[in-house]
Design a protein around this ligand. Structure first.
Ligand code: NAD
Length: 481
């Protein structure tokens, strides 16, 4: 029998209340990797109750903010010490390149250190009073049990982005990782246990969204839900949270524009366009899937991107020479392939890719880097999130026309701008409807920099000082002296 992973509740590995498990598969080899507990409402109830008890227990609530910071720092150290194993497991689970995962794991401890440093900086202030006899001050308080629901494309980083500020502020957490990538999140909880977090402060219930995920969102003891995933699921979660007046932070989908102006360094821009859409096989929320190039550089950019797309080395994600791994699971491959067909039926020209690559030794869910041209904003391939290595490249002539095309989307997660013109760079940063704007770079990210999805790309802020407010509430105290 393959290895079996249980839930992690109250500091222990806990078998599912019903004897049900599901299998996790390597998307490159299609080998079965391990089995995971399939959580239900009863398992979720157990985890939330453990987290609730821990929230009020002396072992957590009486701990100083400084001590919480030390625990987070220790967890960061342990992640660093286990980074090779975590990077490898994540690569096996979702097919991301091992070298990319090593890069992510190298910076992951910094997320913990950043929030460790913020734990003892959560503070209120004294408010000027109209009556000098009254002292009015504010204090920031932890919320209680935070539910964290995360997707499969960057499980550790996205989970850490939620739990680190939540824990720094004094909350406890129940995590429901994606059913495709349970293992590294379970290991994260084990490392937290090793770091000395009291039992019940960090819990993980594995399983499916409609079952364990939905049970977590609707649990009456939950004080807040922090979700990263698709806009469709985010909308259901927001409705549930609204019905119970609990807060939610939502990081959702995207269809980001990557814009190349006539004065750009086209060689650099082409590399930025390629990295923006083909990194992680396009399975990133910030993928620059809509590329707009000024008509004077359109041909050159198209040629450079198409040439590069055709030469990208596809194969084993564990190999250092591989540049593009598989899609994460069968439905992803089906979805991406079907979008290319939809695009072709709508009149798009497929200049590169569009199919599964031939001649690979591995049987997995591989899809070639794809370039679509002859596309426009009315087409589904330009409007909908494909979440795969598919770039739609379009020419533009005037800045106003470009802005109206770039902003003509339900999403507002990120945007890239390639220009040497400083005034234009600032103008674009102001006028693009996106929570993150990169100029002459793409995909830069840090725990210090706040991230917010505009429009249907999200609600609330992750990363940065501001994210601490997502996990605290403000109380105003009036004392008649
Ligand atoms: P998804 O919405 O299908 O699933 C995300 C998580 O929600 C999983 O853990 C899933 O089990 C759970 N879930 C599903 N249905 C649920 C329900 N009814 N109630 C509670 N939980 C439920 O998304 P996915 O396919 O895992 O991830 C891809 C999506 O995530 C893309 O749209 C991508 O853009 C988005 N994403 C956004 C960001 C960001 O920061 N904005 C980052 C990464 C991914």
């Amino acid at each position: 029998m393959s290895e079996r992973y249980m839930h992690f509740i109250n500091g222990e590995h806990v078998a599912p209340s019903e004897d049900r498990f599901f299998t996790s598969t390597n998307p490159a080899t299609l080998d079965e990797l391990y089995e995971v507990a399939r959580g239900n409402a009863e398992d979720v109830d157990r985890a939330v109750k453990a987290a609730h008890k821990a929230f009020t227990s002396d072992s957590w609530s009486a701990l100083s903010a400084t001590a919480r910071g030390h625990l987070l720092r220790r967890l960061g150290d342990l992640i660093g010490e286990n980074s090779e194993k975590l990077a490898r497991y994540e690569s096996l689970d979702n097919g991301k390149l091992l070298r990319e995962m090593r890069g992510q794991l190298a910076t992951l401890p910094e997320y913990l250190y950043y929030y460790a440093g913020l734990a003892d900086k959560v503070q209120g202030s004294q408010i000027p009073s109209m009556n000098p006899a009254i002292l009015n001050y504010t204090q920031r308080e932890a919320l209680g049990v935070v539910g964290a629901i995360t997707p499969w494309n960057s499980p550790l980083t996205l989970t850490t982005s939620k739990i680190a500020p939540a824990l720094a502020a004094g909350n406890t957490v129940v995590i429901k990782p994606s059913e495709y990538t349970s293992r590294t999140v379970l290991l994260l909880a084990e490392l937290a246990d090793q770091a000395g977090f009291p039992p019940g402060v960090i819990n993980v219930v594995t399983g499916f969204g409609a079952e364990a995920g939905a049970a977590l969102v609707s649990h009456p003891l939950l004080a807040k839900i922090s979700f990263t995933g698709s806009t469709a699921t985010g909308s259901k979660i927001a409705a549930e949270a609204a019905s119970r007046f609990i807060g939610c932070t939502l990081e959702l989908g995207g269809k980001s524009p990557n814009i190349v102006f006539d004065d750009a360094n086209v060689s650099n821009a082409a590399m930025g366009v390629v990295a923006g859409i083909y990194a992680a096989a396009g399975q990133t929320c910030i993928a620059g899937s809509r590329v707009f190039a000024h008509k004077s550089v359109y041909d050159e950019l198209l040629e450079r991107v198409t040439e590069r797309a055709k030469s990208i080395v596809i194969g084993d994600p564990l190999s250092d020479s591989t540049e593009l791994g598989p899609l994460a699971f069968a439905d992803q491959l089906e979805k991406v392939s079907s979008y290319v067909k939809i695009g072709a039926d709508e009149g798009a020209t497929v200049l590169a890719g569009g199919t599964c690559p031939a001649g690979l030794e591995l049987p997995g869910y591989f899809f070639s880097p794809t370039v679509l041209t002859d596309v426009n904003n009315d087409m589904r391939v330009v409007r909908e999130e494909i979440f795969g290595p598919v770039a739609a490249i379009m020419p533009f002539e005037h800045e106003d026309e470009l802005l109206s095309m770039a902003n003509d989307t339900e999403y507002g997660l990120a945007a890239g701008v390639w220009t040497q013109n400083l005034a234009r760079a600032h103008r674009m940063a102001r006028k693009l409807e996106a929570g993150t704007v990169w100029v002459n770079t793409y995909r830069a990210m840090s725990p210090m920099s706040p991230r917010q999805g505009f429009k249907s790309s999200g609600v609330g802020i992750e990363h940065g000082l501001e994210s601490m407010n997502e996990y605290t509430r403000l109380k105003s105290v009036w004392i008649n002296t």
